[in-house]
Design a protein around this ligand. Structure first.
Ligand SMILES: O=P(O)(O)OC[C@H]1O[C@H](O[C@H]2O[C@H](CO)[C@@H](O)[C@H](O)[C@H]2O)[C@H](O)[C@@H](O)[C@@H]1O
Length: 351
């Protein structure tokens, strides 16, 4: 009955997204409409409880109206891309790899890797992550893409130095294949403090079961996914106490993680702008940036796209969320489908 009701809702709201497509859609007249007095499984109408997952579906469906699926809207999105240079920006955790319990096991699938590779061969592509650049590279293992780690504070981008940015923080480097690239690290001055803080945090949080400190080079993550709820307050206090000793740092929140970041005016949105400039698209009206991300920190990049009035900010979420994104994808598997379609479209249009 629940499936029929869900199907009916999708049809009533005129949706044609993947969720709906995965199911056989019957004409509305055939679909079962909600029936308040229909007995529950036990056969007793009085015992029937509200189906909470159905309420969640209804909320998600209405949120989809504001943030349509980038898969259902693909044709419309891509027809606006004709004649424009697409540039693709991808977040890592929760976007290219599913959220898992152990941060060191957030592997991306071979299928995803191959889709990203196809996309990167057609369009400039960058991965912008909260992780350290080296760690993201370790997961992605592609030399075709640019990497921005530490929430964009460690960028390995095109050879061109960006003239609007401080040369002090830009240097030349070679990628694994020996190609010359430019590294931009605007939070370099904070490294000595970060190293000290890292040791202190590891020591002080070791008393709390399940707490995990991750070195993200220009920022630090303190994970609490495995910390008991009653211990969270203590962990938070301990982290705050350490950070208070170091001026020039602040805390942000992610998915079961507290992040410690240098307080410079730099975020994923700035990294996106930096990469656009080094790719030669600083003031271009011919560029169409696509940014796909699932986290709060990705909102900074969505904001930049909105301010430029260019491109497509796409949020990865299976729950209704406050977001500046215009489009949505439910999860990394939908991200994979989107990237495959994008690569196919690029292949066909280059013939
Ligand atoms: O910008 P991102 O690439 O999305 O990185 C944000 C944080 O991602 C990682 O943590 C999250 O994913 C883990 C693996 O799925 C999960 O266990 C954790 O609970 C999530 O918060 C990464 O470990 C962090 O350092 C990043 O800041």
């Amino acid at each position: 009955m629940r499936e029929n009701l869900k199907r009916w809702l999708y049809q009533a709201m005129g949706f044609q997204n993947e969720l709906a497509r995965n199911q056989r859609i019957e004409p509305i007249s055939k679909a079962t409409k909600p029936n308040k007095t229909e007995p529950n499984a036990a056969g007793d109408p009085k015992d029937s409880k509200p189906d909470l997952s159905l309420c969640a579906d209804v909320k998600y469906i209405s949120w989809l109206k504001e943030h349509p699926s980038a898969l259902s809207s693909f044709q419309e999105m891509i027809s606006a891309a004709k004649g424009k240079c697409i540039v693709v920006f991808l977040d890592y955790d929760g976007t290219l790899s599913p959220i898992v319990n152990d941060p060191d096991s957030a592997f991306m699938s071979d299928l995803m890797r191959s889709a990203v590779r196809q996309v990167a061969r057609l369009y400039p592509t960058a991965i912008i992550s909260g992780r350290s650049r080296q760690k993201v590279y370790g997961f992605v293992k592609l030399d075709e893409v640019f990497y921005a780690g530490s929430h964009g504070m460690d960028i390995m981008g095109p050879t061109i130095q960006a003239s609007s940015y401080d040369g002090k923080y830009q240097s030349k480097s070679l990628d694994k294949k020996g190609n010359e690239l430019t590294v931009f690290q605007p939070a370099q001055d904070f490294l000595p403090s970060i190293e000290k803080m890292l040791n202190e945090l590891e020591e002080t949080t070791s008393e709390i079961n399940g707490a995990l400190v991750e070195d993200n080079r220009f920022c630090i993550s303190v994970h609490y996914r495995h910390v008991l709820q009653e211990d969270f307050g203590l962990l938070e206090k301990k982290v705050q106490a350490v950070v208070a000793k170091y001026p020039g740092f602040h805390l942000t929140r992610g998915k079961k993680v507290i992040e410690i970041r240098p307080s410079i005016k730099w975020n994923k949105g700035d990294a996106l702008l930096y990469l656009l400039e080094t790719l030669g698209f600083a003031n271009s009206s011919d560029v169409l940036p696509i940014y796909i991300g699932d986290d709060r920190t990705d909102e900074d990049a969505f904001k930049v796209l909105n301010c430029r009035g260019q491109g497509y900010p796409i949020i990865v979420s299976s729950n209704p969320r406050d977001t500046l994104a215009s489009y949505s994808l439910r999860d990394p598997s939908e991200v994979l489908s989107f990237l495959i379609r994008l690569a196919r479209w690029g292949d066909l249009s280059s013939v």
